[in-house]
Design a protein around this ligand. Structure first.
Ligand SMILES: NC(=O)c1ccc[n+]([C@@H]2O[C@H](COP(=O)([O-])OP(=O)(O)OC[C@H]3O[C@@H](n4cnc5c(N)ncnc54)[C@H](OP(=O)(O)O)[C@@H]3O)[C@@H](O)[C@H]2O)c1
Length: 292
């Protein structure tokens, strides 16, 4: 498989909707490749490479922001009515541009509960939570838009500044044990690098509209927390059984424990040939530990 870095050149202009954790990591990285990357946030700030977009009060970007745009990446979740904030307001604008590529960050929540079984892109989505039904509808809207869109389904995202270490430091950690429960994860750097890999090699790779980006080793939360305590040289608190902890969890936190699945990355890593930077939580957390 060829990997031609120069294919992501400075003639490309990216608009990144939603400059949160993943969006800002992506923007910083592709700027290093020489691309122009403008990012949106809901309120004005001093960053000259940022523009304001807020679907909640219909604040749309100035027309000139769209000049010469070749690529779009949307990192914004569905709004409180379940609609896609970007398509809801900017669909015709995006359709009027000569876009080479559009990326949409979605979630593996659309697969629902597989009771611990592996799930891949060829499996029928089976959303369980309301938010996952909304997400699946947004995916469908992006596909229906006719834009050259690729959808990336992501499990729990972590990286420097947002990981179990922060939860431990902020004393927000709950060590919960639930039999046979696993979670899939992805380091933020692998989201960015996998997308860049696909863009760099798009002339050589078969186009797939939906791609999971997950690491190789879904595992229990306790293993992850234990590993962080070990790196910190601290003793992990005694685990609480999920049934006992449940009543103190927010409904959103509870809902995460209601689904149990192992997300397959075979399409990305075997068929398409992407090599993960952080194959498992140990490698990824070591990176967070060294950069926090
Ligand atoms: N976090 C996870 O573990 C996880 C797992 C799977 C999938 N995902 C999904 O993957 C995507 C990226 O996740 P992330 O954690 O990197 O996101 P994030 O840090 O939460 O950032 C979300 C971004 O969306 C913007 N935004 C939210 N509502 C908006 C609206 N109505 N109009 C305009 N902008 C709006 C926010 O603007 P401001 O910057 O102004 O706040 C922020 O920049 C999201 O769709 C997320 O739901 C996340």
């Amino acid at each position: 498989m060829k990997n031609i870095a120069s294919l992501l050149g400075n003639r490309n202009k990216f608009l990144i909707f939603g400059c949160g954790f993943s969006g800002s990591f992506f923007a910083k990285t592709i700027r290093r490749y020489g691309c122009i990357a403008l990012t949106s946030s809901r309120s004005a700030n001093k960053d000259p490479e940022s523009f304001v977009f807020n679907s909640e009060n219909d604040i749309v970007p100035d027309k000139k922001i769209f000049d010469g745009v070749t690529h779009i990446l949307s990192c914004i979740p569905p709004d409180k009515n379940g609609n896609d904030p970007v398509l809801g307001i900017l669909q015709s604008k995006l359709q009027s541009l000569s876009l080479e590529w559009v990326g949409y960050l979605s979630t593996t929540g659309v697969y629902g509960n597989t009771k611990g079984d592996w799930v891949s892109e060829s499996d029928q989505p089976n959303p369980f939570q309301k938010r996952s039904h909304n997400r699946l509808n947004c995916e469908k809207e992006w596909i229906k838009s006719g834009l050259p869109v690729q959808i990336f389904r992501l499990p729990g995202i972590y990286g420097p500044g947002r990981s179990t270490f922060e939860a431990i430091k902020n004393q927000k950690i709950r060590v919960i044990s639930k039999k046979d429960q696993v979670f899939s994860r992805i380091h933020v750097a692998d989201i960015t690098n996998a997308i860049i890999y696909i863009l760099q090699n798009k002339d050589f790779l078969k186009f797939h509209q939906i791609i999971n980006i997950a690491d190789d080793e879904p595992c229990s939360q306790i293993e992850v927390i234990q590993y962080c305590y070990d790196l910190l040289g601290l003793k992990m608190p005694k685990p609480i059984l999920f049934e006992d902890a449940k009543k103190e969890l927010s409904s959103i936190a509870q809902s995460f424990w209601m689904e149990n699945r192992r997300v397959s990355n075979k399409l990305l890593c075997e068929t398409l040939g992407y090599k993960l930077i952080y194959k498992n939580y140990k490698l990824g957390l070591k990176n967070c530990f060294l950069n926090s």
